[in-house]
Design a protein around this ligand. Structure first.
Ligand code: AMP
Length: 411
């Protein structure tokens, strides 16, 4: 198959990221990448930028992006733009194939595949399995199909990497009728985990733990390249405390909040949505610190002596340390620990705080290496466990899946 311009769209609750690669059998050449951030931040302006293949910003503007539709309009105009940007170089071709990140496909959609009307309908059935992400992804899929009706669109699932979880971790201990409705552990951040495995090839350690620490945070126990356990459950709200989500919590807390919401409401119609908002958007680092879910701001607040920020970050690092200990037990030891995601890659303090106390498992950090940036080993050379920082390359994984699916469909 000749080289194809493949567009990938990766949308979160407050951002749309996109990039385009010219992809051939093995080579991938980045043509551009961009993002709209800060969608729906009220009075605050969002950011819209596009970089050329040399990392030069060719679009860089602050914009009021009150909602997803206005954010997608910016992306749409940029994708359709045949104009030349500053520097005079050609912008980008029309895509020949498009990939969309979808967090969870539910129990029936476990494989990456081409988008069809039936697939969209099936994804709609399970939007509550990724309540902050799937509705956004579905909106963008629909808009993209309108924009490029002749171009094949594909979904790339985060749940794909965890599709073979053993029954003991997949099954959740709820009454069987809910299991039959699809309630199970799907995990998330699968595309990021896949990208770490891809970057470790051909020497993927047999007993590997990857901590994807971003605004959403999760951790996975990986044996011989296969996910055998992961912290997020049915939805990305479970597992580790993260930016605005509780992580694992006593179900009694949910019942308490639900009862309070029902008491305060006339008809209780919106109680489930309000509960979801409380545990997914108002909790976690934001809930405990009372001010922010952004690790950079939390670190500044800690330096300024803010006790709530200190407690929020302590809960974050403590929970991750506990999960690492549990996953060492699950894996029967550990060969490598990898940090990835915005916090995992950039925040050396979080890495040091998480690893402190894990020396008994052979996890030791070299302070000087830990302060370096980029793709680095941060454990000493003679350490029994290698600790690494590896930035995720989710877009490349999505491009690989799309290219493979296109190649398969052309046979
Ligand atoms: P992600 O969701 O992967 O984009 O990660 C977002 C999180 O990474 C936010 O909490 C940011 O504060 C955090 N982050 C990004 N850059 C830095 C940095 N230089 N130092 C500390 N935290 C950072």
């Amino acid at each position: 198959m000749p080289g194809l311009p493949v567009l990938v769209l990766n949308s979160g609750s407050s951002s749309i990221k996109f990039s385009m690669y010219e992809s051939g059998e093995s080579a991938r050449r980045k043509l551009m990448e961009g993002a709209v951030d800060g969608i729906g931040s009220g009075e605050k302006e969002g950011k819209f930028w596009i970089k050329d293949p040399n990392d030069r910003k060719i679009v860089d503007q602050s914009s009021h992006v009150p909602d997803l539709a206005s954010a997608f309009k910016l992306v749409e105009d940029a994708l359709l733009s045949a104009e030349k940007h500053s520097g005079g170089e050609q912008t980008w071709p029309h895509p020949a194939a498009i990939g969309h990140r979808v967090v969870c496909g539910g129990p029936t959609i476990t494989e990456n595949q081409r988008v069809s009307p039936e697939l969209i309908e099936e994804l709609e059935r399970y939007v509550h399995f990724a309540p902050l992400h799937n509705p956004v992804a579905l909106f963008i899929i629909r808009e993209t199909l309108k924009l490029f009706p002749e171009v094949p669109n594909f979904i790339c699932l985060d749940s794909y990497f965890h599709r073979n979880l053993p029954e003991v971790t997949r099954r959740l201990p709820v009454p069987a009728k809910y299991t039959e409705m699809g309630v199970q552990r799907f995990g998330a951040h699968g595309i990021s985990y896949e990208s770490i495995i891809e970057q470790l090839k051909p020497s993927v350690p047999s007993r590997l733990i990857v901590a994807h620490l971003g605004n959403g945070a999760s951790i996975a126990a990986i044996r011989d390249g296969q996910s055998i356990d992961t912290s997020m459950g049915l939805t990305p709200t479970g597992g580790i405390i993260s930016g605005t989500r509780t992580g694992d919590i006593d179900p009694g807390v949910l019942l308490f909040i639900l009862r309070e919401l029902l008491k305060a409401s006339d008809d209780g119609k919106h109680a489930a949505d309000e509960l979801e908002d409380a545990v997914s958007k108002q909790a976690g680092l934001l809930g405990v610190s009372k001010t922010t879910n952004d690790m950079r701001d939390l670190r500044k607040a800690i330096v300024a002596g803010n006790a709530d920020a200190r407690l929020a970050v302590d809960q974050f690092t403590y929970t991750i340390r506990k999960f690492i200990g549990a996953y060492i037990a699950v894996l029967g030891g550990l060969d490598m620990l990898v940090f990835t995601g915005g916090i995992g890659v950039n925040d050396s303090d979080s890495r040091a705080e998480i690893c402190s106390g894990l020396e008994c498992f052979g996890i030791v950090l070299d302070a000087q290496r830990n302060s370096a940036r980029g793709d680095v080993t941060i454990s000493p050379d003679d350490s029994s466990v290698t600790v690494r920082v590896i930035p995720p390359e989710e877009d490349l994984i999505m491009v690989n899946h799309v290219y493979r699916l296109m190649a398969e469909s052309s046979h």
